[in-house]
Ligand binder design. Structure first.
Ligand SMILES: CC(C)(COP(=O)(O)OP(=O)(O)OC[C@H]1O[C@@H](n2cnc3c(N)ncnc32)[C@H](O)[C@@H]1OP(=O)(O)O)[C@@H](O)C(=O)NCCC(=O)NCCS
Length: 145
């Protein structure tokens, strides 16, 4: 397995399949995907891209940290789940986020994925909330040391 920086557009097929399968590919293009401080990581197995995650310089007002990153579009193809690929993407991202002077990484975690985020060290804040067409989410975060 290899973790590499990828382009925003490389993430779209996995985002579409795993996160927006009822939508169009256009629904997989997120605001800020091509901003200067945004970065996208991919895990490759036998040269095939099988897991993606994207990181945005974006502050959530629930947290006092001045400089924060947001995690979006985290997904691993079903047959590759549970093998540590998403964890490997996060481990690669943490030093990059720290290097950008940020001390917190947050995400709106799907209810189903909360177990994963808890397992890798995120903590939940606030109540569950609904995102139309997608379902229940909870704000979660991890301090970057
Ligand atoms: C959530 C998801 C990204 C995790 O990816 P993954 O590559 O399978 O994650 P990892 O293998 O790195 O898992 C790390 C740990 O979390 C655990 N874990 C993974 N998914 C979990 C879940 N839904 N609930 C509880 N624990 C989970 C793993 O068992 C592993 O535990 P271990 O360290 O004891 O072995 C993947 O299941 C996925 O793509 N789900 C569908 C899309 C989605 O919901 N994305 C999140 C949007 S917010």
């Amino acid at each position: 397995m290899e973790v590499l920086r990828i382009k925003a557009s490389d993430t779209y097929p996995i985002r579409h399949k795993m996160l927006r399968h009822n939508g169009t590919v256009e629904d997989c293009i997120f605001n800020s995907d091509n901003d200067e401080l945004t970065f996208h990581l991919g895990a490759f197995v036998d040269k095939k891209l099988v897991s993606v995650a994207s990181f945005y310089f974006e502050r959530h007002l629930s947290f006092s940290d001045t400089y924060q990153y947001r995690l979006r579009g985290m997904a691993t193809l079903p047959e590759y789940q549970g093998k540590g690929l998403s964890s490997a993407l996060l481990k690669t991202a943490f030093p990059v986020i720290k290097q950008n002077q940020c001390t917190l990484l947050w995400c709106n975690a799907r209810e189903k994925a909360m177990g994963f985020y808890t397992q890798v060290g995120f903590h939940a804040t606030g109540e569950l909330f609904s995102v139309p067409q997608i379902g229940k989410h909870r704000l979660m975060s991890i301090t970057i040391e």
